[in-house]
Ligand binder design. Structure first.
Ligand code: AHG
Ligand code: MN
Ligand code: MN
Length: 341
């Protein structure tokens, strides 16, 4: 029997680092901090049904202790691992209003800022459906000895040094890019290592899945309504009607479409003219991955990665996925550009 060579994520990262003789190894160390946090959060998610960590944050359990919701726990665990690791100078979290500046002595000189959505798809925690963590890494502009500024944090997505996500699904995977393609690693829990399982991921140019919360249909712009009708039409040559798939965890919907081909849309609505998803924690990292895999990510009017953020928790509409599908959706969206919202 032939033994297949296994590449762990640590081996993969150090092999990549060796290709850049000038690399300091700081980014690799930050990745190792993320991996440790991912394993800890994975452990807690996997026992979520067994211990009292499901439920609403703010309630009290039988021991009289506060019951923490898993997204609060995940946030604390990522912040702890990233600050103790000392390999970043600031953390921007979807769960925290302000910049978290890392004051550890060792991290004073770090040039990296990390933005995270520690638990994406929180409405799915209690029903045992896939959830995730999304992260994105930037280099600060200001001097490493000075305090991290808001300008250091509000960078356009094009400046990302790396981005990725962890999906806690039927298996746990880490998918990331440092701007040189996209690679996916599956956690082998028997050895506690993420192993390269999906090298050089490319999103199919076209697919047959559309993902959108159609419950909000009446609030969508006309161009989006038209695109949904297009998805439902019969046409063999374009494999229509497409299948509708929407679980309500961006990561799960995005990951499926990345591997199978498809489009994900969270459009502007009457109630939320900027959509729901957050630029810094959700759209930018996934746009980086989508483009690195050969796909597209747009607000419907502009490329996600070119937006200069005005505030940390800014929301933007998102059209992302297979190139041909997203182009088609954007064309229909724009042809009704006097949007009826
Ligand atoms: P989060 O759990 O981090 O707040 O994100 C939830 C997001 C995203 O994961 C998902 O695609 C979207 O909310 C679903 O929103 P709707 O319920 O409005 O469809
Ligand atoms: Mn989210
Ligand atoms: Mn979240």
């Amino acid at each position: 029997m032939k033994t297949k060579k296994v590449t762990t994520i640590s081996q993969f990262i150090s092999e990549q680092q060796m290709q850049f003789p000038d690399a300091t190894g700081d980014l690799s160390k930050l990745f190792l901090d993320i991996i440790i946090a991912a394993k800890i959060v994975n452990r807690d998610i996997r026992k979520a049904g067994l211990v009292d960590i499901l439920g609403t944050h703010g309630s009290i359990n039988v021991q009289g202790e506060e019951v923490k919701k898993l997204d609060v726990i995940a946030n604390e665990e990522y912040i702890a691992a990233l600050s103790l690791g000392g390999d970043c100078c600031a953390i921007l979290s979807e769960e925290n209003e302000d910049i978290i500046r890392i004051k550890n002595p060792g991290s004073n000189k770090s040039k990296y800022i990390i933005a995270i959505d520690p638990l994406d798809g929180s409405s799915n925690i209690d029903v045992n459906a896939s959830i995730g963590t999304i992260f994105s890494i930037y280099k600060r502009f200001s001097d490493v000895h000075d305090e991290v500024t808001m300008d250091d944090c509000l960078q356009k997505g094009e400046n990302q040094i790396a981005a990725g996500y962890i999906i806690y699904g039927s298996s746990t995977m880490l998918v990331y890019s440092t701007g040189n393609g996209v690679n996916g690693f599956t956690l082998d829990s028997s050895i506690g290592e993420f192993c390269l399982s999906h090298p050089n991921i490319k999103i199919p140019e076209k697919g047959s899945i559309y993902s959108i919360n159609e419950g909000n249909y009446n609030e969508f712009p006309d161009g989006v309504k038209n695109y949904i009708s297009y998805c439902k039409e019969n046409d063999k040559s374009t494999k229509r009607p497409y299948s509708a798939r929407y679980i309500g965890s961006l990561i799960a919907d995005f990951h499926r479409n990345l591997l199978r081909g498809g489009i994900f849309i969270y459009p502007p609505t009457v109630k939320s003219p900027n959509g729901k998803l957050r630029l810094m924690y959700e759209c930018n990292p996934l746009a980086f991955i989508a483009e690195q895999a050969g796909g597209i990510a747009s607000t419907g009017n502009e490329r996600i990665l070119e937006i200069i953020p005005e505030k940390l928790h800014q929301r933007v509409p998102l059209f992302t996925g297979s190139k041909e599908m997203v182009e088609q959706a954007i064309e229909m969206y724009q042809s009704n550009s006097v949007q009826s919202i």
